[in-house]
Write a protein that binds this ligand. Structure first.
Ligand code: E4P
Length: 214
């Protein structure tokens, strides 16, 4: 399973990259806004650190505007993937960009039929938002399972990025279901690595070691 990091924060990206946990990066307008810096400067800096797909999202809501933004962003680096919202205009933009050889990540996906349409339009990636569904008492992992099954049934090449990940179980269940990628916030990545028995074990080893030196 590939791990993407879901952040626009350069320090977090560098830290996760040093752990070997960054196969790609996803950003969105909210994550970029949090950094208080120029969008393109951030994206360029990420491209210098990570050699993998880097998602940068368009702001336009109409197809033409999305395509214009996408062409511009795609020139920044070969690794840029254009994040397109899952709307009718977004599907048209996805199709046009597919025909131009520009990679897309269809985002804000909340139903299996949206994911099916995104794949048919030629999306490189599709991002079901599991956490936001859980927030309204729908099971985001059921959505992930349905998309995995539909894509397997019809042999789509579109890769599933499990997004809006809020906890380690989202990652575990996504891996068990066979989703291609989880895009993980830095705080959740740290939780994946931690186990109280690991900490307890390290302490016991060091205590025994220090006792033997007395
Ligand atoms: C990534 O592609 C998404 O934009 C992100 O995971 C959304 O996460 P959130 O629901 O925690 O904002």
């Amino acid at each position: 399973m590939k791990f993407f990091i879901d952040t626009a924060n350069i320090d977090e990206i560098k830290e996760a990259h040093a752990m070997g946990m960054v196969d790609g990066v996803t950003t969105n307008p909210s994550l970029i806004a949090k950094e208080g810096r120029d969008f393109e400067d951030i994206i360029k800096e990420i491209c210098e650190i990570v050699d993998g797909p880097i998602s940068a999202e368009v702001i336009s809501l109409e197809t033409e505007g999305m395509v214009t933004e996408a062409r511009h962003l795609a020139k920044i680096h070969d690794n840029i993937v254009i994040k397109i919202p899952m709307t009718v205009d977004g599907l048209k933009a996805t199709r046009q960009l597919f025909e131009e050889g520009i990679k897309t990540n269809v985002t804000l996906v909340f139903s299996p039929l949206q994911a099916l349409m995104a794949a048919k339009a030629g999306a490189t990636y599709v991002s079901p938002f599991v956490g936001r569904l859980d927030d309204i008492s729908h099971d985001g992992l059921v959505l992930t399972e349905q998309i995995v099954n539909i894509y397997e049934n019809y042999g789509f090449d579109t890769e599933i990025i499990v997004a809006s990940v809020r906890n380690p179980l989202h990652v575990l269940e996504s891996a068990i279901l066979g989703a291609h990628i989880a895009t993980i916030p830095f705080n959740v990545l740290a939780k994946l690595a931690a186990h109280p028995l690991t900490d307890k074990g390290i302490k016991a080893f060091l205590d025994d070691w220090n006792k033997s030196k007395k």
